[in-house]
Every structure is written in C-alpha cells, then in structure tokens.
Design a protein around this ligand. Sequence first.
Ligand code: HEM
Length: 124
Amino acid sequence: MPPLEIARLALLIVHFLGLAAMLGPFLLQIRSREALRLRLMLTGAIVQVVTGNALIASRRLQGLEVDEIKMIVKLGIALVALGALIAAIVLQRRRGADTGSVRPLFRAAGGLGLADVIIAVVWA
Ligand code: HEM
C-alpha cells in the first residue's frame, strides 16, 4: 500500500476518534445538571479541524476527488462549533461554574458536531 494511502487511513481513524471525543461527552452530559466538563469536547473539535484538513491534503496528493463545497460547509460548521466551545470554556473560567450562556454554547457545539456527522454521511 502506498505511504500516502496509509497516512490517509491513519488520519481517518484519528478523525473518527476526534468525532468520539467531541460527541461522547456531549451525549453523556446533555441531561446532566452538574458543571459541564468541556475539555475533551474542545480537544475533539480541534482534532476534527486538523485531521479534516490533513485528509483533504492526503486525498489531493493522491489525485482522489474532493468535494470542495461539502468540505467548506463541514469546515465552517466545525469552526463555529470550536468557537462555541472556546467561548463556553472562557465563560466558565471567568464566572466559576455554569452560567446561563454556557449550556446554550455547549448545546450549539454538540448540535453542530452532529450536523457535521450527518453531512459527512448523507452528502454524496
Ligand atoms: C465535527 C466535525 C466533523 C465530523 C463529525 C466529521 C465526520 C466525518 C465522518 C463521519 C467521516 C467519514 C464519512 C466520509 O467518508 O464522508 C468524515 C470524513 C471526512 N472528513 Fe470529516 N468530520 C468533521 C470535520 C471535518 C472537517 C473540518 C473537514 C475538512 C476541513 C473534514 C474532512 C473530511 C474528509 C476529507 C473526509 C473523507 C476522508 C476519506 O474518506 O478520505 N471533516 N468526516
């Protein structure tokens, strides 16, 4: 197997781990009333943006097709989710525990992550 193809498959595995790191804590805490733990979600969101772009590069370098519009939409959604998580963590740090706006930001980040899964699978 060519090295670039091995790299693409390794990146895809890390892309799935990033998905799990982002959406696992979201689903676990969605009904919880305790202070939200957002660090793993943040790591997952960063992993998705980094591995997503690296996947595009590994596909291009092998001459595999890349759906530009789909990628721009996925990247835009992932960056907004990342921004929401950073804002939620900053708010939590400044004000101590959860304030009114931390949970909406948490829900927005999780919802956008789910939207990116649906787009990844459904957008042919
Ligand atoms: C929360 C954010 C994200 C989630 C949940 C997600 C989810 C997924 C899933 C489930 C797949 C496998 C299905 C498929 O092959 O289409 C996938 C593949 C892929 N994703 Fe993402 N993704 C995210 C963000 C991104 C970003 C930001 C980019 C690029 C900027 C990206 C680029 C790609 C590429 C290029 C593939 C195809 C890999 C291949 O088969 O060669 N993803 N993503």
